[in-house]
Design a protein around this ligand. Structure first.
Ligand code: IVH
Length: 673
């Protein structure tokens, strides 16, 4: 047993060390997968010995059951706020007040005060309580006096150690810092929220706050949260603190807490201003949002002498950066049709300079988002753009709304091609239903049409299709079949040979199957499996075209959304015209063999087809066999009854001979049919 305990402890130490190297030192020693492997090893051992699991084990970050509500936590030392400086003058005034006060106290050694300068993180303040090195409580700032106990959620944040490193930490230690969400994490989270039809977050700070206030820690665990500490609260007295804030931070770092690597000690107003210039230049490239710089008098004795005014320390100030938010007017709301047919409303804005660039458009995503914001043409809105965060409309300034502008409604028809616009139940996005007709989608539609599982046109890749459309040689899929050798050979990087090959591939593609053809039409939500289901059910394109919603619903696997999409698709004249044009090029598939009409003469027999048949394709042969109840497989085994051998049959015939399986020639096969 003691060997197991040792092993478990060793694994925990290793994992904690790696976590420290990754988050605190920013210098990982092993890959993520090697880390995961160690973690799994520990999980396995703990599962075998549940009595050895401790709450500070790296495996115990998530797992608690949801809460009904958060308990409140009274801060033993209030969590204060900071005075702001919005200009160089305001900072100079702040510095002067400090110099004057310390002068009066008679303790000033040097007029050039040293400041610990740190990014002001745009997240939310958190207090972490460690007892005997173990994280026992995490609490929000709340009103500064009373916050909420969010321990279970805090534990899910990998950058926060569950256990301090080393052994020289105080018995009781309160660490304070900021929980943040990275810009990438925020963009990805909002993307996910959008596709799940859930509420979007206005900015990374809101997203971090919303994530920490989840009653179910399992949800918090999925959110990309991180943490930097910036100070201490209560601390038990057995340890003597260093003389400066910056050294206290290094001490915290040695215990495994993550401090901001941009932090620096600067001297006097000049040093502070230089730091401001540097960090402002760096602001956009940082992975997280900052809204300014916090300058703290580094000397802790000075801090004590300076004390507090109201709810803020006299020894610190937040020097703010220009805002990432600006107001502007919505000039119009246009609809853009994407390559996939999604109709996206876009707000055209009075150009406004925000977050370092001029913004004149902002996507409104979909009808739900427009309703959520209640945005109308003519409204004044708040635009936000921070770093890599996509410009977005945060809210409407209702007090500036004049008159009674009408609510915006998504159009009922595609603005590009006039096809019916559809919005499926449970989906936020409105789609144009004219896939193969709509110019906005034609490239995408043709790419889909030519793809392997659709018409399988060999050598007709995405790039070539884009080129053909851009050069005006094709507009819709039927135009592919009118391309000439001359046209193709004259294209960039297309020689004589590849032109001939492509023409042959186009010709070959004309012999297809009904399910491939249905799939190639690009009906929204009709994938290859649904296409096959439809082909197997109707056996004829005409019957599918005429099917009603009820008839479609009667088919297993077809739901109301898909049924509706199919009926809408075929009800539009222009879609039928494109289909007619395709059929006129000679596209065809084996005639509709309705299974029930054909006698099941081959039921229970297994066939393998090999080599080239002269009178029909192998796919056609397969269908004929299947229509008569036979099973057609790809390889020869003892279970095979017959191998049909066309020209150049290859190894399958040899194998059939070895196994004594009967081999049929093409004419014998036709005789059976
Ligand atoms: S020190 C008494 N340092 O700003 C001083 N605060 O406006 C306590 N903040 O609630 C704060 N980055 O959430 C400090 N490097 C930093 C900070 C920081 C962000 C936040 C903190 C606080 C608010 C005060």
């Amino acid at each position: 047993m003691s060997a197991i305990i040792k092993k478990i402890e060793a694994l925990r130490d290793q994992l904690n060390q790696h976590n420290y190297r990754y988050y605190v030192l920013d210098d990982p020693e092993i890959s993520d997968s090697a880390y995961d492997k160690l973690l799994r090893e520990l999980q396995t051992l703990e599962a075998e010995h549940p009595e050895l699991v401790t709450p500070d084990s790296p495996t115990q970050r998530v797992g608690a059951t949801p809460l009904d509500s958060f308990n409140s936590v009274k801060h033993e030392m209030p969590m204060l706020s900071l005075a702001n400086a919005f200009s160089d003058e305001e900072f100079t005034d702040f510095n002067k007040r400090i110099v004057d006060m310390l002068h009066k106290e008679g303790t000033l050694e040097d007029e050039n005060i040293k400041y610990a300068a740190e990014p002001k993180l745009d997240g939310l303040a958190i207090s972490l309580l460690y007892e005997n090195g173990i994280l026992v409580r995490g609490a929000t700032r709340g009103d500064g006096t009373t916050g909420e106990d969010v321990t279970l959620n805090i534990r899910t944040i990998d950058a926060i150690p569950l256990k301090l490193l080393g052994n020289n930490f105080p018995q009781r230690l309160e660490v304070r810092g900021e929980v943040i969400m990275t810009k990438d994490g925020f963009n990805a989270l909002n993307e996910k929220q959008r596709s799940n039809n859930e509420k979007l977050f206005a900015n990374p700070r809101n997203a971090a706050a919303g994530s920490l206030r989840q009653l179910d820690p399992k949800i918090t665990a999925t959110r990309p949260l991180s943490f930097f500490c910036y100070g201490i609260g209560i601390i038990s007295e057995e340890i003597k603190l260093p003389a400066t804030h910056s050294k206290v931070m290094l001490l915290l770092k040695s215990w495994g807490l993550r401090i901001n690597p941009e932090s620096k000690v600067v001297t006097g107003v000049d040093g502070a201003n230089q730091y401001y210039e540097q960090l402002q230049k760096k602001r956009e490239s940082l992975q997280y949002e900052i809204d300014g710089i916090v300058y703290k008098v580094d000397n802790l004795n000075y801090q004590e002498q300076l004390g507090f005014v109201a709810r803020a320390p006299r020894w610190a100030i937040a020097r703010k950066f220009p805002a990432h938010e600006e107001m502007t007017k919505v000039l119009s709301i246009d609809i853009q049709v994407g390559r996939t047919g999604a109709l996206t409303p876009v707000a055209r804005l009075e150009p406004v300079f925000v977050g370092g660039v001029t913004v004149s458009n902002a996507t409104l995503h979909n009808q739900d988002e427009i309703e959520r914001l209640d945005i109308r043409v003519g409204d004044t809105v708040v635009i936000r753009r921070a770093g890599d965060v996509i410009p977005q409309i945060v809210n409407v300034v209702l007090s500036k709304r004049t008159g009674k502008p009408r609510k915006f409604k998504m159009p009922t028809h595609c603005p590009v091609c006039g096809s019916v616009a559809m919005r499926n139940e449970n989906e936020a996005v409105t789609y144009c239903s004219g896939g193969l007709f709509c110019e906005a989608q034609n490239k995408q539609a043709i790419i889909h049409f030519a793809s392997r599982k659709a018409m399988n046109i060999d050598g007709l890749g995405d790039k070539l299709i884009e080129l053909l459309v851009d050069q005006g040689l094709i507009k819709r899929s039927p135009d592919l079949y009118a391309l000439t050798h001359e046209q193709l050979a004259s294209l960039e990087r297309m020689g004589d040979k590849s032109a001939s090959n492509l023409l042959k591939a186009l010709e070959d593609s004309k012999t297809t199957t009904l399910d491939r053809f249905i799939y190639s039409l690009g009906i929204h939500d009709v994938g290859e499996t649904t296409a096959k289901t439809l082909a197997d059910h109707f056996h004829s394109l005409q019957k599918l075209e005429q099917a009603t919603v009820d008839e479609l619903l009667a088919i297993h696997d077809i739901g109301p959304v898909v049924a509706d999409n199919i009926v809408t698709f075929f009800s539009q004249q222009h879609n039928r015209e494109v289909i007619d044009d395709l059929l006129k090029t000679g596209i065809h598939w084996p005639e509709d063999t309705v299974v029930s009409d054909v006698e099941q003469t081959l039921a229970g027999k297994t066939f393998v087809i090999t080599g080239t048949l002269s009178d029909m394709s192998r796919d056609d042969a397969k269908r004929e066999l299947q229509a008569r109840g036979a099973k057609v497989t790809g390889s020869v085994s003892r279970k095979t009854d017959y191998v049909i051998a066309g020209e150049n049959p290859g190894s399958k015939v040899t194998k059939a001979e070895d196994l004594g399986v009967e081999i049929l020639s093409e004419s014998q096969f036709k005789a059976i049919l």
